[in-house]
Design a protein around this ligand. Sequence first.
Ligand code: BDR
Ligand code: CA
Length: 313
Amino acid sequence: MSPRKIIIDTDPGQDDAFAMLLALGSPELEVVAVTAIAGNVPVSKTERNARQILELAGRPDIRVAPGCTRPMVKPLKTAEYVHGDSGLEGWELPEPSTPALPVHGVDLIIDTVMAAPAGEITLCPLGPLTNIAMALIKEPRIAPRLREIVLMGGGYFEGGNTTPSAEFNIFVDPHAAHVVFTSGVPLTMVPIDCTYKAILTPAWLERLKAVGKRTALAAAGLAEFYQRYGNQKFGTDSYPLHDPCVIGYLLRPGIFGGRKCFVEIEITSPVTMGATVVDWWNVTKREPNCMVLRDLDNPAFYDLMLERIARLP
Ligand code: BDR
Ligand code: CA
């Protein structure tokens, strides 16, 4: 079977880096392009960070384009308090040997999807959904051509991690999320309800370091930096990696659990702006628009991630 073609839209971010490495180490997937978005840090940094991760993994051939510089309506809110000043603190990553493409990320998404056979490309957004929404608005013909969008964002049972009711990626650009969730494209949402079960433990980190190769060692360094914030928040050395769950789901859907629901994005209330309102019990009787993940077999997920990152140089 030929590998599944994905575009990763990302705001690295240490957990974004793990998602990219998991994809790059997995022969079932072909990363056809990477687009960067403003989120954890401004897009000038996320674009460069994405190229550094590709360089680390020995894949500077993969095309990278910078996307939108700010959300559609709101001012940009970044998260240096989690990811550090560069967005990717924790390891001295190699200088990128390939420049970013001289095209906008939104156009790279559109051109890649329009050039591929219908139903071939899966979008994997790991940050605010601005690029994806702008692509859907600029070229609506991409919607029926997409195989699926599998995104990290939202939270329902766990509430929010940025406000009491909103998760970071959706909170930063709720209007873009609204566009995506009303687009009719098949959607899978990986909210914090699921990713809070993707707990990285110190024991796993030791296994990662024991791989001894440059990518594994760098990934461990990034995780250790990220751990500082996890420590503050959860009070233990074990903490969740969000974004790699998106790639884990593509590789091993059977280790995740969830259900199809109708999901709506709050874009008017100042109190709950960016909440992902999941009709888990189908009380509205509205047609589900999204597969909502909630459960995860943690050991199976981390075994997979270790095995795949260990394949990289
Ligand atoms: C999401 O926010 C970012 O800080 C992480 O990279 C992840 O995509 C988790 O809420
Ligand atoms: Ca992210």
